[in-house]
Each structure stands twice: as C-alpha cells, then as structure tokens.
Design a protein around this ligand. Sequence first.
Ligand SMILES: C[C@H](O)[C@H](O)[C@H]1CNC2=NC(N)=NC(=O)C2=N1
Length: 100
Amino acid sequence: MTELLQGATRTEALAPLLAQGWTETPDRVAIEKRFVFRNFNEAFGFMTRVALMAEKRDHHPDWRNVYRTVEVTLSTHDAGGLTTKDTELAQRMDEAAAYV
Ligand SMILES: C[C@H](O)[C@H](O)[C@H]1CNC2=NC(N)=NC(=O)C2=N1
C-alpha cells in the first residue's frame, strides 16, 4: 500500500497543487478542485483523457460533471488519506485540463 503523506513531505507535495487551485477537504483526507471548461465537449474530453490515465494507474477520481464543470475529489481510500498517487494524479489532471 502507498504510504500516507504526512508532515513536511505532505506540505511540500501539496504546495504546488494548492497554488494551482486545489484545496484540502475540511477533514484533510482528500483534495478537491473544480474545473470549468468552455463547454460540455471540453469537459467530457478532459474526463475521457483522465479516465484512461486513472485506469492505467489503478487510481480513480471521485468526480461530478454538470455541463461544463467537473468537480474532482482525490484520496487514497485504503490508506485513509492522501498519498503520492493523489498528488501525481492531481498534477496530471491539471495538465490534461490545459490541453483543450
Ligand atoms: C483494488 C483497487 O486497486 C483499489 O480499489 C483502488 C482502485 N482505485 C482507487 N482510487 C482511489 N482514488 N483510491 C483508492 O484507494 C483506489 N483503490
């Protein structure tokens, strides 16, 4: 199982993501972000790219799509919080969102 991010390692791993619009959930076991695209086609294209990536990594987002917005929450369930699987997927999602 991937180790929980804790202490200074956690702070360092989260810093760039918080600067890119990710926030910690109030219970601190997950990070979340709302992506807003120009239209549904772009939103669903993003979800398609991320879905393939998530399946390859066996690490999947909790997400909700309404028209052109996609709300995402990331955590590692079996670790009970945040791991590098989440911070890495978050970074890849930001890259996928920029590719529209
Ligand atoms: C059995 C399988 O590896 C696990 O259920 C995986 C699948 N995808 C997952 N995705 C996420 N976000 N967290 C997990 O803990 C997780 N676990």
